[in-house]
Design a protein. Structure first.
Length: 238
């Protein structure tokens, strides 16, 4: 898909390609209908950007990563969550200087939680879900000498997927699934320092995700938090 997009663009747009990785530290709260629990984790994000001064394609993703619950909630107990997501966006600059951008693309979020023991409100030992939908972005880029301040805001107002639960010996049914829908906002403020083929970004990022069981119209889960992001990209082609 990336190759098709690159060669579909006019030749002046194929100006550069950079790849990199960022380290993201987030802390926040995970909510369900009966309780909440504080979480924090550090995760790597893989990055890819390609394009020119007016059109660019950007993608990022996090591999499946295990997160151990703090265990401070009687509802959840001790649990390990495997979390992964990926998003891709095609952006267009509204001005010739590349200061104002709009973009659209897609996002996929995949998670699975394994509990060490069942509780009264969480009788199933495994829960998982996968949601996807459209992603819309706005970007402001303000030059500061050789560097830049970059403000990003992304929204996914309609995410759809399926929730699965299983591994319950005394439940009927022992396994079940139900549709869910949700939304997500993602905002960041970064200071970018390009030096030669290296590009460094330092800043903060805030994420808010909420999902509801479609048939029951009750909260499936909500995750809200923020933290620090440090990113390095290398210019492989220009």
């Amino acid at each position: 898909m990336l190759v098709v997009i690159m060669f579909a663009l006019p030749s002046p747009v194929r100006a550069r390609t950079d790849v990199g990785v960022s380290l993201l530290y987030l802390s926040g709260t995970h909510y369900e209908s009966h309780s909440s629990v504080y979480e924090q984790f550090v995760a790597p994000l893989l990055k890819l950007d390609t394009g020119g001064s007016r059109v660019e394609f950007a993608a990022e993703g996090i591999p499946a990563l295990g997160i151990t619950s703090s265990g401070s909630s009687a509802t959840f107990g001790t649990a390990t969550t495997s979390l992964g997501f990926g998003d891709a966006t095609l952006r267009y600059a509204l001005d010739a200087h590349g200061r104002y951008w709009l973009g659209a693309g897609t996002i996929i979020i995949d998670q699975q939680t394994t509990f060490t023991q069942a509780t009264s409100t969480s009788p199933y030992l495994t829960e998982s879900s996968r949601v996807s939908g459209a992603r819309y972005e706005g970007r402001l880029r303000f030059p500061v000498s050789r560097d830049a301040v970059i403000l990003d805001f992304a929204g996914s107002p309609n995410l759809w997927g399926t929730y699965f639960a299983g591994s319950c010996n005394h439940c009927y049914p022992a396994e079940f699934s139900t549709p869910e829908h949700g939304s997500m906002t993602d905002a960041s403020a970064m200071f970018e320092i390009p030096r030669g083929r290296s590009i460094w970004d330092f800043g903060v990022r805030f994420i808010n995700y909420s999902a509801t069981f479609t048939h029951y119209n009750i909260l499936a889960d909500r995750n809200t938090g923020g933290g620090v992001e440090v990113e390095y990209r290398y210019l492989v082609a220009r």
